[in-house]
Design a protein around this ligand. Structure first.
Ligand SMILES: *Cc1c(COP(=O)(O)O)cnc(C)c1O
Length: 384
């Protein structure tokens, strides 16, 4: 019997007790001075997390809503955009852009492999008329556990000089550096149920000055997600529409937890948990989907060949109350994915690895008892 499952999917992620408690309060009025104070606090925390002086705007939406806001506020119908596609979320960007009548060109890589920055370089260098309006990249591709080399892709965009760089940082923000100002990123989107360690419901869009200039002439229709409204109101510590105030309580608490830990420490912890998972998988004879050089700090995808991925998932759930994710689209049934984003740390990795050992043995997969845990502990020792 489990009073709650151990949620190790790449979102929604585990929520700390203090965050749950922060939410369990009566709502406050969103036009009150109390709320304005709260808004000021969380806005400062969000800028810290994004390493930026730019606006970071808060929307009532999941991550995809934040992606949509990023498109409709800065682009016009027929605009030429370059989308990186090496998984489900990259493809979502391309579909979203097509839905708004943009002219979409893709740079693709097989699912499980990273995007090649040189391909962006070549396509951007060939654009001598500067007709490419935006380059859109999924930083950590959650569907495959691959992180794309955003810094290298971004260098090509900066060399182009005109195109905006828009980034899905949904499972990279709060897990690995996304220094918005240092890199000159224009639009950075994220969602509350991932690295933020709070429940689903908030989307975030960080916007550069260059993007605000594009906003002035952008012609796609916008109303609820008109970011100009959010910017004007945020300057007065308020929001254009009723915000989910209890999620703001949660956000204030989670940002405080993150600030107590510190960004370098948070990034190091995600590196450790990712390495623990990969080392354990190798020791348990489980093939990993993507190469180590582009391992996402947030999620590890395992592609078993001797056992059914879905059988592993269902036994983990039934026997140990541990939820891990399956594959999406053509990877359905082929992989399972373990999230190590946000509040899921070393303790949770050791738990899921030992449970995996037990489950694999039951399924007849060759695994030496204790080998996965030992490999994970070795990573911890090396990091100590
Ligand atoms: C979770 C996620 C999203 C957003 O999905 P929603 O369900 O709309 O919150 C976008 N991109 C990536 C990479 C994600 O992992």
């Amino acid at each position: 019997m489990f009073d709650r499952s151990l949620l190790l999917i790449p979102g929604p992620t585990l929520v700390p007790e203090s965050v749950l408690r922060a939410m369990a309060q009566h709502p406050i009025g969103h036009r009150s001075s109390e709320f304005s104070h709260l808004m000021g606090e969380v806005t400062a925390g969000l800028k810290w997390l994004h390493q930026t002086q730019n606006d970071v705007l808060i929307l009532t939406a999941s991550g995809t809503g934040a992606m949509e806001a990023g498109i409709i506020n800065f682009l016009s119908p027929g605009d030429r955009v370059l989308c990186g596609c090496n998984g489900k979320f990259g493809e979502r960007w391309a579909d979203l852009c097509r839905a708004f009548q943009l002219q979409v060109e893709t740079i693709s890589a097989p699912w499980g492999q990273p995007l090649n920055p040189d391909e962006f370089g070549a396509r951007l260098a060939a654009d001598t008329d500067k007709t490419i309006k935006a380059v859109i990249v999924t930083h950590s591709e959650t569907s495959t556990g691959v992180i794309n080399d955003l810094a290298a892709i971004n260098r090509h965009v900066q060399a182009h000089g005109q195109a905006l760089i828009m980034v899905d940082a949904v499972t990279s923000l709060g897990a690995t550096p996304v220094p918005m100002d240092e890199w000159g990123l224009d639009v950075v989107v994220s969602g509350s149920q991932k690295g933020y360690m709070i429940p689903p419901g908030l989307g975030f869009v960080a916007v550069s000055e260059r993007a605000w200039r594009a906003y002035e002439t952008a012609k796609l229709p916008r109303f609820y997600f008109d970011l100009g409204k959010y910017r004007r109101d945020a300057a007065k510590n308020t929001t254009p529409f009723t915000p989910p105030v209890n999620l703001f309580f949660a956000l204030r608490q989670s940002l405080q937890l993150m600030q107590q830990e510190g960004l370098p420490q948070i990034f190091a912890r995600h590196r450790r948990t990712s390495q623990m998972m990969r080392a354990a998988a190798a020791a348990m004879n489980l093939p990993l989907l993507g190469p180590a050089e582009c391992a996402s700090p947030a999620v590890t995808a395992i592609a078993p060949t001797t056992v059914e991925a879905e059988a592993v998932r269902s036994l983990l759930k039934k026997q140990f109350g541990i939820a891990v994710a399956g594959g999406q689209d053509h990877l359905k049934g082929k992989i399972f994915r373990i999230g190590h984003l946000g509040f899921a740390g070393e303790r949770e990795m050791l738990t899921v690895i030992s449970a995996l050992e037990a489950v694999l043995q039951q399924l007849g997969h060759p695994v030496t008892p204790g080998s996965g845990v030992a490999a994970a502990l070795k990573v911890l020792e090396a990091a100590a």
